[in-house]
Design a protein around this ligand. Structure first.
Ligand code: MN
Length: 219
């Protein structure tokens, strides 16, 4: 048996709806600029967009129902509700969830201005809350499903998944030209318009029709 000099990191995992087993998380890929109205609200031109990929560490995963500390180094923490695709293999989908791509928008703005990496704007502690997963065999056609986020009970983001510029299949194919996806990988597929700030004391609820919800509370 191997001996480790320090405790090995725990396996990060997500609950699976209606199933006692858990889904072990490997890597987390996120898609930027995947809804035209969100590209526009961020000052971009959706006609000239190609998908932007970035990553989060698996340790950023947070389960639904969690109370979270407000993160440091930001005065403009934004929510982005997204469909999450969970992979069962290189091109096989295990199931779907609802995720929040939490973003320190002020740090992202500075990074963009300076032509610098986004990592510290996107990949920070607790920055990837995700719902329990629903197996693909238990999911009805998602292509026109409504995606929605409420903050403090008020609807802030509301769209449908058919507004995605790049489809799930295209995102998977595109990623596989650059890396090799594998079982355990999660893909956060981008957010629709309406992103905005969350402050201490507020609760975010993200939903997609037919999937489990994600809910987190900031203190
Ligand atoms: Mn996002």
């Amino acid at each position: 048996m191997k001996q480790y000099a320090t405790p090995p990191p725990p396996v990060m995992s997500l609950a699976i709806y209606g199933c006692g087993n858990r889904f072990p998380v490997r890597r987390i890929y996120c898609v930027g600029r995947n809804y035209a109205d969100h590209v526009r609200e961020m000052g971009g031109d959706p006609n000239r967009s190609t998908p932007v990929f970035f990553t989060k560490s698996r340790e950023t995963i947070v389960a639904s129902g969690t109370t979270l500390p407000f993160p440091p180094q930001t005065e403009n923490l934004h929510f982005e509700v997204e469909l999450v695709v969970a992979m069962a293999g290189r091109a096989e989908i295990f199931g779907y969830g609802v995720g929040l791509d939490m973003t320190r928008r002020d740090l992202q703005g500075l990074a963009k201005q300076g032509g610098k990496p986004w990592d510290m704007a996107k990949n920070f502690d607790h920055s990837a809350p995700c719902s329990a997963l629903t197996k693909i065999t238990q999911v009805q056609d998602l292509s026109r499903a409504e995606i929605r986020l409420t903050n403090a009970g008020i609807v802030k983001q509301k769209s449908t998944l058919d507004k995605m510029i790049w489809s799930i299949e295209e995102i998977i194919a595109h990623l596989n030209t650059t890396v090799t996806l594998a079982a355990g990988d999660l893909i956060y597929t981008g957010t629709p318009e309406g992103v905005g700030p969350v402050v201490v004391g507020q609760t975010l609820v993200g939903t997609i029709a037919g999937l489990q919800k994600i809910e987190v509370h900031y203190v």
